[in-house]
Design a protein around this ligand. Structure first.
Ligand code: ZN
Length: 80
């Protein structure tokens, strides 16, 4: 989904239970939902929810580049 298995070790707890976030996937989801939102825009609530979800995906995707997440201690860090 929005993340994949990461080869990095958590820099806080040294856990191998880490995932890499996927900005391109999030961007693609945002574009798809923007299309769905435009298509269903005449339907109250549903069109608005889809468009809002699309907007969130498009807005956060640039911030997910090189971000890794630890499932063990919920740490999020950026790989240089
Ligand atoms: Zn950790």
């Amino acid at each position: 989904m929005f993340s994949k298995e990461s080869e990095y070790i958590c820099d806080r707890c040294r856990s191998y239970e880490t995932v890499e976030l996927r900005p391109k996937y999030t961007l693609a989801v945002g574009v798809v939902f923007l299309g769905l939102g435009a298509w269903t825009f005449s339907i109250p609530v549903i069109g608005l929810i889809l468009t809002a979800f699309a907007g969130i995906c498009l807005l956060i995707s640039p911030f997910l580049i090189k971000l890794h997440y630890c499932k063990n201690c919920k740490n999020i860090w950026k790989v240089k």
